[in-house]
Ligand binder design. Sequence first.
Ligand code: TYD
Length: 222
Amino acid sequence: MNGLFITFEGGEGAGKSTQIARLADRLRTEGRDVVTTREPGGSPGAEAIRHVILSGAAERGGVRLEALLFAAARNDHLEQLIRPALRAGKIVLCDRFVDSSRVYQGAGGGLDPAFLKALEHVTIGATMPDLTIILDIDPVEGLRRADIRRGTASADRFEKERLEVHARRRASYLDIAAHEPDRCKVIDASRPADDIAADIFALVESRLAESETRVQEDALVN
Ligand code: TYD
């Protein structure tokens, strides 16, 4: 695959969508081909599953069923959108991906780690992100921002969960980053949006330079 796969992770109110939009704009200004997408969703089949999950319709089925639904959505998203875009050499920016399942259904939902790992294996295979930006924020501040953003809109069932659950998720993201420091970069999301955007852009530029060097080296060898 020639493209670059970048995922964004973090709790509620971390500012993922703002930062994805800013990064996409900046990369497009440089003439790069960028696709922005999100999970759960990103393809027609996955968007249909998203509706089932976020409406709470599957909640009674328990965390195992939810994890299967997220994985089914991810499978469709990968096949229909992500892999074709990467094959075409595009940069894919995805709002949430596999780490959300690890954090929300795994650490936060108590799902058996072996089950989660097996699901990852069958859905993702080798298509792990090249770079994962973890936007880290204190849950108190994150939830405050999420409330402001939501305004009068009703909260989905995940956003209604308690503060301690959010704190556990934050710790779980940091734990993933500690285990996969090359793929995962933690960004302090409590700072001004301009500073966060600048840090993210620098990380992405260096990943792009690395992958361009690799492509040139491969061309020399072949
Ligand atoms: P969304 O409205 O897209 O939330 P956000 O703006 O926080 O990204 O809702 C997605 C919710 O689904 C979010 O609370 C995280 C949760 N989720 C999981 O529990 N597991 C997953 O694998 C994914 C992708 C999302």
